[in-house]
Design a protein around this ligand. Structure first.
Ligand code: AMP
Length: 280
């Protein structure tokens, strides 16, 4: 496994792979790797000749009051995990490599994919994500791009970017990997207190309550969301930021809940922002 910090070196390796007609799978991450990331890596390993994983905590996608400085960084452990999965290349650029002094291009995403959910609460976030992923795709030029359903809005945004900018890459979306108690795995979970960690699985439990109500025939979004909200607000330490029912593809608000609806939420617990979703 090679670790490279500079895009020109990535280009020269990628050129060799392309000449040898090898398909390239790419998994962008911010490190602090867990099983959620590793499932993306394994999917890429299964479906491509070579796999590239990037590790980069992208300052552009964090707001001024967000957790950029507290975001967990565990590079040595991450490299060991990726070595075990036999990844061919880790691209771990420095901030200066990614955003040199002279840098003036940013991607701006508009439309329904950035109307609701996280977007109003994280201004600039998805532009930062789109910009960094476009840069990473420019360096790695993969055939397939592996993304997790955990960050459903990020998936919708990046699918738009790929289509709108005619990028020759196929997004592959992998299911949410959860802890044994249902909590969606996240690098941020390690910042929860012991008590918070015990409370956090209520988010998925509440989403499942919503699903069971839909399974019983309820299709009015407000009614389903109200029942989910009730379960969550029983936990006083959790501050729900949003809870929405949207079309899983377009992210437009659902007028009726049914197959193809995604119920998504964000909540604060111990000052840690958690997100989760369920697609019906
Ligand atoms: P991050 O390091 O948080 O930027 O995540 C990198 C990639 O891993 C993104 O495509 C995420 O959606 C994906 N990912 C993170 N957590 C999970 C999870 N629990 N299950 C599936 N994919 C995940």
């Amino acid at each position: 496994m090679k670790t490279i910090v500079n895009p020109a070196e990535v280009h020269s390796l990628v050129r060799q792979w392309r000449q040898a007609k090898k398909s390239i799978g790419f998994v962008p991450t911010m490190g602090a790797l867990h099983e959620g990331h590793m499932e993306l890596v394994r999917a890429s390993r299964r479906q491509n000749h070579v796999s590239v994983v990037s590790i980069y905590v992208n300052p552009l996608q964090f707001g001024p009051h967000e957790d950029f400085s507290q975001y967990p960084r565990t590079m040595e452990k991450d490299l060991e995990l990726l070595r075990r999965e036999k990844v061919q290349l880790v691209y771990a650029p420095t901030n200066l490599e990614m955003y040199p002094k002279v840098f003036s291009t940013e991607i701006k995403v508009g439309g329904p994919v950035v109307k609701g959910l996280c977007a109003p609460f994280r201004p600039g976030h998805f532009n930062g994500v789109a910009t960094v992923v476009a840069k990473l795709l420019g360096a790695v030029q993969p055939n397939r791009l592996y993304l997790g359903q955990k960050d459903a809005q990020q998936v919708a945004v990046l699918k738009r970017v790929v289509q709108d900018l005619n990028m020759d890459v196929t997004p592959v979306v992998c299911p949410i990997v959860r802890e044994h108690d249902g909590l969606a795995m996240s690098s941020r979970n390690q910042r929860l207190t012991l008590e918070g960690r015990k409370i956090a699985p209520v988010l998925f439990r509440a989403l499942k309550v919503g699903k069971s109500i839909v399974d019983l025939g309820e299709a009015v979004p407000e009614k389903v969301l109200e029942e989910i909200r009730k379960v969550i607000t029983e936990e006083r330490k959790i501050k729900l930021q949003y809870l929405e029912a949207v079309d899983a593809e377009t992210l437009e608000p659902s007028k009726k809940i049914g197959s193809g609806t995604m119920i998504a939420l964000a909540a604060y617990l111990d000052n840690v922002r958690l997100i989760d979703n369920i697609v019906l």
